[in-house]
Design a protein around this ligand. Structure first.
Ligand code: PFF
Length: 477
C-alpha cells in the first residue's frame, strides 16, 4: 500500500510528456462538465426515449433507475476511484493497484472497447453532423417519411460521403484532444453543456406547446408494468452501462484527472441524475411532437434520421428547430467521443511516452482505417458479414454485449473482493477528509455482492447462455 502511495504521488509530479505536473481537470465544475459530457450522448437522444416508450414508460424508468443504482453507478464510482488513486491511464491504473497480477487485462479490454465503440460511434456522429447542414440547406425538409427515408438512404449508401463525414468528425475531436485535458476536453465541455441544456429546453417548450402533445407524454410516462419482462430488466441494465460510459476504461481515465478534493460518490451521483434529466428532456422534446403530427415512433436511427426530420418539417419554424436538434445531437455525441478517444491517447502518452499530438494522430489514423469498415457497412461493404453481422453491427454487438459487461464485472469483483474495504474507504473519503462512511459502506456492500451477480446475469443472457443454463437446471422451463 505504501508503495502505491509513493507511486501515485510520484506520478502526479512526474507528469505526462515529462513537462511537469500531469494534466487534469482544474475545477469542480470542469470535472462535472467533462464527466457529464461523456455520459450524455446519442444514447440519451434515441436509445433512452424509445426504450422507455416501448418498455412500459414510467415502469421502465423505475427499473432503469434501479439498474443504475445497483450496477451502473457502483461501477462508475469504482472506475473513477481507481483512476484517481493511480493517476494513470486505464491499463497502468490496474497495473498499479494490482501489481504483478492479470487485472491489467481489464484495462486492455477497455482500450480495445473504446477503440471499437469509436469505430461505429464516429459514423453515427458523422450522420448527425451531416444533418446539421442538410437541415440548414433545407435538403431534408419534407413531411413525407418516404422522402426523408430516401434522403437518409442516399447519405449512408454513398461511400465517399460516409467516409468524408466520418473523417471530418475525427478531425474535430482530434483537435480538441490534442489541445489537452484541461484546455481541450474541460474547456470544450464546459462551454457545450450549457448550450446543450438550453437547446433541449427550447425544443421541449416547442414540442409541449403543440396541439396533441399529451399523447406523446402518455407514451413516454404512463407506467405499464404489464410490458415489463425479464428482457426489460436486462435491457435497462445494459443501457445503464452504455449511458454512464462504464465497463471500458473511460471512467478510469477520467477519474485519473479528478481533483484530490473531489467527492467521488457525490459527483458521480450528480452526473447520473443530470444524465437522466437529459434523457427525459430528450423524450419530452421528441415524442409529443411525433404524436402531434401523427407519426409512428420508430426505433434507433430511423427515429433520429427519418421520423424527426419529417416531424420538424410539419411544424411552424420547423427548419430552425431541426437545425437546433441536430446541433444538440452533435454536441452530445462530441462529449462522448472525446472521452472515448482520450482512453487510447492517455495510454499511448503515458505508457509509450508519445507526445499528445503523435498519440492522437496515430489513434485517429488507425480509427480512420478501422472506422471505415463501419462507415462502408451500408455501401461498399454491405455484403461483407462476420457472424452474420456487418462490421458496424459487429463492433456494436461486441462492445455492448461482451466487452462492457465483462469490464464492469471484473471491476466490481476487483474492488469488492481484491482491493477490499480499507482501501475503498481511504479512497472515497479522500484519505479521511470526508465524513461519508455510511455511503461508502452502502456502496461497498452493493459493489461486492449485488453488482457482480446482476452483471453476470446480463452477460450470460447477452451471450444466450442463460437460457441454456436455466434449461439445464429445469428442463421443463
Ligand atoms: N454514454 C454515451 C451515450 O450514452 O451515448 C456513450 C458512451 C460514451 C459509451 C463513452 C461509452 C463511453 F465510454
Amino acid at each position: 500500500m505504501s508503495s502505491l502511495v509513493g507511486e501515485v504521488a510520484g506520478s502526479a509530479v512526474e507528469g505526462r510528456e515529462g513537462k511537469g505536473v500531469r494534466d487534469g481537470f482544474t475545477t469542480g465544475l470542469g470535472v462535472i462538465a467533462a464527466t457529464l459530457g461523456s455520459a450524455v450522448g446519442l444514447g440519451n437522444i434515441w436509445k433512452f426515449p424509445f426504450m422507455t416508450g416501448v418498455n412500459g414508460g414510467a415502469a421502465f424508468i423505475i427499473i432503469y433507475l434501479l439498474s443504475t443504482l445497483l450496477v451502473g453507478l457502483p461501477v462508475m464510482i469504482s472506475e473513477t476511484m481507481l483512476g484517481r488513486k493511480a493517476r494513470a491511464d486505464a491499463i497502468t491504473t490496474l497495473r498499479k493497484v494490482a501489481p504483478k497480477q492479470l487485472w491489467w487485462l481489464i484495462g486492455a479490454s477497455g482500450v480495445l472497447a473504446a477503440f471499437l465503440i469509436l469505430a461505429f460511434y464516429t459514423e453515427v456522429a458523422a450522420w448527425v453532423f451531416a444533418y446539421i447542414f442538410k437541415a440548414a440547406f433545407g435538403e431534408i425538409l419534407s413531411t413525407n417519411p418516404e422522402v426523408t427515408s430516401a434522403a437518409f438512404g442516399s447519405l449512408i449508401s454513398n461511400p465517399v460521403q460516409s467516409l468524408l463525414w466520418q473523417w471530418g468528425v475525427l478531425v474535430v475531436i482530434s483537435a480538441i484532444i490534442i489541445a489537452g485535458v484541461s484546455k481541450g476536453i474541460e474547456n470544450t465541455t464546459k462551454r457545450l453543456m450549457p448550450v446543450l441544456f438550453l437547446i433541449l429546453v427550447m425544443l421541449c417548450i416547442r414540442s409541449l406547446t403543440l396541439p396533441g402533445a399529451a399523447q406523446g407524454l402518455a407514451f413516454l410516462f404512463t407506467p405499464d408494468f404489464s410490458k415489463v419482462t425479464g428482457a426489460t430488466v436486462l435491457t435497462a441494465m445494459g443501457l445503464s452501462f452504455f449511458k454512464l460510459s462504464v465497463g471500458m476504461g473511460t471512467m478510469i481515465t477520467y477519474g485519473s484527472y479528478f481533483r484530490d478534493d473531489q467527492d467521488i460518490p457525490a459527483t458521480t451521483t450528480k452526473v447520473m441524475l443530470a444524465d437522466l434529466l437529459v434523457s427525459m428532456l430528450a423524450g419530452i422534446a421528441i415524442f409529443p411532437a411525433v404524436f402531434a403530427f401523427g407519426f409512428e415512433p420508430g426505433a434507433g436511427p430511423s427515429l433520429l434520421f427519418i421520423t424527426i426530420p419529417a416531424v420538424f418539417a410539419s411544424m411552424p419554424f420547423g427548419n430552425i428547430f431541426m437545425v437546433l436538434f441536430f446541433i444538440l445531437a452533435a454536441i452530445a455525441a462530441t462529449g462522448a467521443m472525446l472521452s472515448l478517444l482520450e482512453v487510447p491517447v492517455a495510454f499511448l502518452t503515458e505508457k509509450k511516452n508519445y507526445s499528445r499530438v503523435k498519440a492522437t494522430l496515430l489513434t485517429s489514423g488507425l480509427l480512420a482505417l478501422i472506422g471505415s469498415t463501419a462507415a462502408l457497412s451500408n455501401s461498399t461493404l454491405s455484403g461483407v458479414t462476420l457472424f452474420g453481422m456487418t462490421f458496424f453491427d459487429l463492433y456494436d454487438y461486441l462492445t455492448s454485449n461482451i466487452l462492457l459487461p465483462v469490464g464492469g464485472l471484473f471491476i466490481s469483483i476487483f474492488v469488492g473482493w481484491v482491493w477490499g474495504y480499507k482501501e475503498v474507504k481511504q479512497a472515497l473519503s479522500n484519505e479521511g477528509v470526508l465524513n461519508n462512511e455510511k455511503i461508502i459502506q452502502l456502496f461497498f456492500g452493493i459493489v461486492k455482492v449485488v453488482t457482480p451477480i446482476l452483471v453476470a446475469v446480463v452477460l450470460l443472457n447477452g451471450l444466450g447462455v442463460l437460457e441454456e443454463l436455466l434449461w439445464l437446471l429445469h428442463p421443463s422451463l
